[in-house]
Design a protein around this ligand. Sequence first.
Ligand SMILES: *[C@@H]1O[C@H](CO)[C@@H](O)[C@H](O)[C@H]1NC(C)=O
Ligand SMILES: *[C@@H]1O[C@H](CO)[C@@H](O)[C@H](O)[C@H]1NC(C)=O
Ligand SMILES: *[C@@H]1O[C@H](CO)[C@@H](O)[C@H](O)[C@H]1NC(C)=O
Length: 401
Amino acid sequence: MVFLIFRLFLLLCFGLAGCERRYLRKEAYDTVPELITSAGYPVEKHRVTTEDGYIIQMHRIPAGRRVARKAGFSEKGKKAILIVHGLLGSSSDFIIMGPERSLAYLLADEGYDVWLGNLRGNVYTSHVNYTKKSPKFWEFSFHEHGKYDVPAMIDKVLNVTKLPRLMYVGYSMGTTSFFVMASERPEYNNKVISFVALAPAVYLANMKTIAMTALKTLELPQRMRSQGMLSLVFRRDLLDLLIRNVCFRSKPEEDICMRFMYMIVGDDHEQFDKELTAAILYRVQPASWRQLEHFGKIAMSDVFTSWGDGVWGAARAYNLSNVRVPVSLLYGENDMLTEKNQIMRLAEVLSATGSLEVVRPACDWAKFNHLDFVFAKDLGTLLNKPLVDYIKSLFNKYGPS
Ligand SMILES: *[C@@H]1O[C@H](CO)[C@@H](O)[C@H](O)[C@H]1NC(C)=O
Ligand SMILES: *[C@@H]1O[C@H](CO)[C@@H](O)[C@H](O)[C@H]1NC(C)=O
Ligand SMILES: *[C@@H]1O[C@H](CO)[C@@H](O)[C@H](O)[C@H]1NC(C)=O
């Protein structure tokens, strides 16, 4: 949802072809394994196929920078953490800010075995029978992410590491997928030590007006589908043009791109990283229309509902009583997408069934917004370094001894 309106704006305003020259920093173009290697960390790629035929590439950082240089290091007996991204994101979101800032590097340096997941739809996924040019490929939402992708990735990690359980960290839609999994496949509770939910997207009543406007008044997904657009996807050449000519003006008040984005995610100019934002924007991943419609259905019905008979079909609540791992809910004080009030409601539900570990602000930065969870300039000091300590305390409390 983060870049949704921003993207539509792009699609509507620009029809020109740009050029293919590479003028952004390499963070815009390199693959995740290339970036991890350049940062001095070891990296592995793992492939997993889901029950319904989607092929997912996962990225593993099995050791920190210092450890990896020593001869004969072994990942045996390490504690595994699976981190899963949000809407329009990928494994890139947990490394793009580099060492000392991004979560994956900080955890690897602390000795954890870090696994970065990818959800069907992004650049690291494909299907055994369909290409991304087939409408069939795009018939999914986070329902399928939760029912198939997350379980397959958890099994992969446990099979490779031979561990019985792992720690799960989700961001935004990466948390939605976890809650769907717990509801639909509760046996997976037994494979998870604890679940850290960053900006969890479960109740979205605050987005009701936007959802109504986009889905009912403007009928955006139907219109786009009828234009032959299979998914919400950025054209690289248009992105180029926009980044070069419209976005990232030197004076913040002139930067219509950022102003537009802040309208959706909450304003936080101070944590805006000028150096990297163009690269981050360039890496934005596609979304299926159904993902957006499904979030819209949740916002409009005010029920954490499954997709069922589509966006206007009856709401059928996912069963959150099936969540049986300790869940930590971390919110941004100024997050306008996954708003504090909505996360407090989720906390009440989880608390009633005994699975709430904690609900608290992610950090003491009052302007912390939805995107700051992955892209804040001071991400290391504000969020991730304390988060690594917190994760350590969870392992001590619940993890393997
Ligand atoms: C892929 O195609 C093969 C051959 O038609 C079929 O047997 C198989 O079930 C398909 N798999 C999926 C996941 O669609
Ligand atoms: C687990 O890994 C082994 C190889 O180490 C493989 O033979 C087996 O099929 C895998 N099982 C699952 C469920 O992926
Ligand atoms: C939800 O799950 C709980 C615990 O697993 C179960 O007792 C309850 O019957 C379920 N509720 C529904 C409506 O399926």
